[in-house]
Ligand binder design. Structure first.
Ligand SMILES: *[C@@H]1O[C@H](CO)[C@@H](O)[C@H](O)[C@H]1NC(C)=O
Ligand SMILES: *[C@@H]1O[C@H](CO)[C@@H](O)[C@H](O)[C@H]1NC(C)=O
Ligand SMILES: *[C@@H]1O[C@H](CO)[C@@H](O)[C@H](O)[C@H]1NC(C)=O
Length: 308
């Protein structure tokens, strides 16, 4: 009895020591994209696209909104934790993005931006091309903070995460006659993927070697899309889901092509389509249905239409 409880305690202590002493798996984490991963950059912009009021953030210990378009932590916050960081990299436009705080990376994401720069311009948020400019600015600061040689190992050893494209469709293409009357979703996807290609090539040139890109989620199951295009049905809008699947296949092919051309690059596609689709369409198979709050008003509508 005594021996086994000793071992139990010993194991617990070891685990604790392990987590305290262990270094994160990579030196830093850099995040680019839209509202799925924005941790507060938009709070510092003159834009109506902000999440700085309740009920955003209500599931944090202090119930305070942070600028995340979510009730609590984002998937990218959990990614940072799983990599061994004790906090998420700071929003690059926040006061926190200074000095040693920048050693764990930075978050450049901005809600209502996309691969297509015009999407961000509609909402006065940060286009992807500008997010890259901020990253270049970051690199200069990093050299000042960590020294040249440390900076270059941080840059090449770190993970780069990009989550983008939803706003290009939901907040631009589908509501913008200048786009949907001119381009098919397939043609628009190709335009987005040209921009994606340029972005990856640029990050690679700047020293990034480990890049993860998320697929589009099932766009047709986004509450706003069901509300606006659902024609009084409560079901996911199949047309928008088809567009997402088609984009994702192209994203996969484009990524494999980039990976084969850029030597030493590890470019990984992170499929979020299927798990989210399963959550929405088969909630009971997945325990309690929980969805992230994109917009409290829309969530309310979503709940009403879905009888949640
Ligand atoms: C700023 O950084 C500190 C220390 O890392 C953290 O506790 C705090 O939550 C951060 N504030 C914001 C607004 O991110
Ligand atoms: C570079 O990293 C090493 C090891 O982590 C550290 O000892 C050194 O102080 C760093 N150099 C600068 C200029 O910060
Ligand atoms: C990407 O394509 C490869 C085949 O070329 C396939 O094995 C893989 O499952 C695809 N990934 C996704 C997320 O669709």
């Amino acid at each position: 009895m005594k021996l086994s409880s000793f071992f139990a305690i010993f194991t617990v202590v070891l685990c604790r020591l392990g987590t305290i002493n262990s270094q994160p798996l990579v030196p830093a984490l850099f995040i680019f994209g839209d509202s799925v991963v924005d941790v507060g950059n938009n709070n510092n912009l003159e834009t109506i696209v902000k999440a700085n009021f309740p009920p955003y953030g209500r599931d944090f210990v202090n119930h305070k909104p942070t600028g995340r378009f979510c009730n609590g932590k984002l998937a990218s916050d959990f990614t940072a934790e799983n990599l061994g960081f004790t906090s998420s990299p700071p929003a690059y436009l926040s006061k926190n993005a200074t000095g040693k705080n920048l050693l764990i990376g930075a978050n450049f994401a901005s809600a209502s931006s996309g691969y297509y720069d015009e999407t961000a311009k509609i909402y006065n948020t940060i286009p992807l091309s500008q997010q890259v400019e901020f990253y270049k600015d970051y690199q200069k600061k990093l050299v000042g903070i960590a020294g040249k040689s440390n900076a270059s190992s941080i840059i090449s050893g770190s993970v780069y995460l990009i989550s983008d494209g939803s706003s290009d469709f939901v907040q631009n293409y589908y509501i913008n006659p200048l786009l949907y009357k001119v381009y098919t979703t397939d043609q628009f996807s190709d335009i987005l993927l040209q921009s994606y290609t340029k972005f990856i090539q640029e990050l690679y040139k700047l020293g990034a070697r480990k890049i993860g890109v998320t697929t589009l989620p099932p766009l047709g199951c986004v509450p706003a899309v069901i509300t606006i295009f659902g024609e009084d049905s409560n079901e996911c809008v199949q047309k928008a889901n088809k567009a997402a699947i088609s984009f994702n296949n192209k994203l996969n092919a484009t990524s494999q092509n980039l990976q084969s051309k850029l030597s030493g690059l590890n470019l990984v596609l992170l499929d979020i389509y299927q798990p989210l689709y399963d959550l929405v369409t088969k909630p009971s198979d997945n325990g309690k249905l929980s969805i992230s709050i994109q917009d409290p008003q829309l969530l309310h509508t979503f709940r009403k239409t879905r009888n949640l």
